[in-house]
Design a protein around this ligand. Structure first.
Ligand SMILES: Cc1cc2nc3c(=O)[nH]c(=O)nc-3n(C[C@H](O)[C@H](O)[C@H](O)COP(=O)(O)OP(=O)(O)OC[C@H]3O[C@@H](n4cnc5c(N)ncnc54)[C@H](O)[C@@H]3O)c2cc1C
Length: 453
């Protein structure tokens, strides 16, 4: 049969848009269908009153090159910005006070011991236990384990509660008791396997040695925020190839392709969350739908609060802070947006972005906007001693936007891939599979389009 398109893409977040751009490069006629009125999914930048406010993702790691490569390819190289070196410091809450995260800490453990030993972020007993990690026997069992089990086993309870949990919650918003080690932090398993110790791996491995010293330049944003990336992708795609504002309701396999809400193509790429994919596949592939449905998602929200700089100047000389769940506070983390990247606010304003919800505070998603603002402000006023109310506030909710990579995630993925492989011309990509970050999503889209040939 003659098809209306070469490729149909479902989902217009970063993954779907990157896939569309790759299709365009291949000279394919494609159609991208996005449920909401807005493209970009979890990437969203708001410009208002002289403020640049990141509502969703705010930083991209460049150690995984695919995000930066895409930005360079789009001609946005001169728009890349790094965190401002003069504010190079991140804080952590301990006993209701903010203390600096020691230089050289690598998510779970130190790569430099002198700053770590001097740091108040962990007690002396906790430090001693972490130091004993050099002598903890490597686990022989190759089955997946939770991040919490790994950290407790190797580095101790305090390292889990005071370091690993808050650092990892800032990325995955997940509970470390459920998070798969193999799917999220395989490099630490590799240190254990190869060097017999995470701490030794962080001292001796070539990649750890290569990334020694300050790492702030390994994170990037764009001058215009990540909304600029979405706009740049959108600008390269023909208007008629994009339809927003209606969720795809039906897909149907044909003998030689796919029918999607009345349109047809030999190839279909699903770049929507797995629960949306499950609904679409259920009528003709119940086993795949039930596998897709198993992937859980977490919800979170960001609250951007603007203050006069004078109210928050001295306390916000850094990039922000993370909050261990054991501190029992209402926010997971906070970015000092007016410090982290340049020119995000007028010179007399501070912009503080709190991160709310996630696995440790799911009940926060039931708070209305006023309550989210009030609770965020209350935490900031206590921790940063801000004595004035915010002069601007923007709440953004991301409901079921962050996939939870449970223990066994990679086995789930391999079963899913085998299951979906029976459908020729079907591709899938996004944050639910092999990484949740911006570079991971770009890579996922690149590879999915390449596989579709
Ligand atoms: C609050 C927050 C902060 C984050 N911070 C960072 C960060 O700082 N750095 C980083 O690297 N990563 C960060 N991430 C993760 C990263 O932003 C996301 O993983 C990534 O943007 C996901 O892109 P995606 O296109 O795969 O999915 P999404 O952005 O979720 O897009 C999926 C799209 O599919 C659409 N859709 C759903 N159902 C249908 C349907 N039936 N028909 C048509 N369309 C449909 C949705 O409307 C949505 O637009 C953050 C995520 C969140 C939520």
């Amino acid at each position: 049969m003659s098809h209306s398109y070469d490729l149909i893409i479902v989902g217009g977040g970063l993954t779907g848009l990157t896939a569309a751009y790759r299709a365009q490069q291949r000279g394919w006629k494609f159609l991208l269908l996005e449920a909401s009125e807005r493209l970009g999914g979890s990437l969203e930048t708001l410009h208002s009153d002289g403020l640049l406010q990141e509502l969703g993702a705010e930083s991209m790691v460049t150690a995984k090159p695919w995000g930066k490569d895409l930005i360079l390819e789009l001609g946005l190289g001169d728009q890349l910005v790094s965190p401002q070196p003069e504010f190079h410091k991140t804080l952590i809450v301990r006993g209701g006070q903010l203390v600096p995260i020691p230089e050289g800490l690598r998510l779970l453990a130190p790569s430099q011991w002198i700053p770590f030993l001097r740091s108040p972020a962990v007690s002396w007993l906790g430090k001693l236990r972490m130091g004993l990690e050099f002598f903890v026997k490597p686990r022989q069992d190759v089955r997946d384990e939770s991040l919490a089990s790994f950290v407790r086993r190797r580095l101790g309870k305090e390292a889990l509660e005071r370091i690993a949990q808050p650092m990892v919650a800032g990325i995955y918003t997940a509970d470390p008791e459920t998070l798969s080690m193999r799917a999220t932090l395989p490099q630490f398993l590799e240190y254990e396997r190869k060097y017999g110790s995470v701490c030794r791996g962080l001292l001796l491995s070539p990649e750890a040695r290569a990334s020694r010293g300050p790492r702030y330049h390994l994170f990037n944003s764009l001058k215009g925020g990540f909304g600029q990336l979405i706009q740049a992708l959108r600008a390269r795609l023909p208007d008629e190839s994009i339809r927003c504002g209606r969720p795809v309701g039906h897909i149907r396999p044909l003998e030689d392709g796919w029918q999607v809400d009345g349109e047809t193509a030999p190839r279909l790429l699903l770049a929507a969350p797995t629960y949306a994919m499950a609904d679409l596949l259920r009528p003709f592939d119940a086993p795949a739908a039930s596998l897709l449905q198993k992937q859980e998602y977490l919800s979170s929200a960001t609250v951007n609060l603007g203050y006069p700089l004078t109210a928050a100047d001295a306390a916000t000389r850094g990039y922000g802070f993370v909050v261990p769940a054991v501190e029992g506070r209402d926010i997971l983390a906070c970015t000092f947006s007016h410090r982290k990247y340049p020119e995000r606010t007028p010179p007399d304003m501070a912009l503080l972005r709190t991160y709310v919800g996630g696995a440790s505070r799911p009940e926060a998603m039931a708070w209305n906007d006023e309550e989210m603002i009030a609770r965020s402000h209350m935490e900031l006023s206590r921790l940063l001693k801000i004595g004035e109310p915010p002069i601007s506030a923007v709440v953004k909710r991301y409901v079921r936007a962050m996939p939870l990579y449970r223990v066994g995630h990679l086995e789930w993925l391999s079963t899913l891939e085998d299951c979906l492989a029976r459908w020729p011309g079907l591709g899938w990509a996004g944050n639910a599979y092999r990484g949740v970050g911006i570079p991971d999503c770009v890579r996922s889209a690149n590879e999915a389009v390449a596989r579709l040939g």
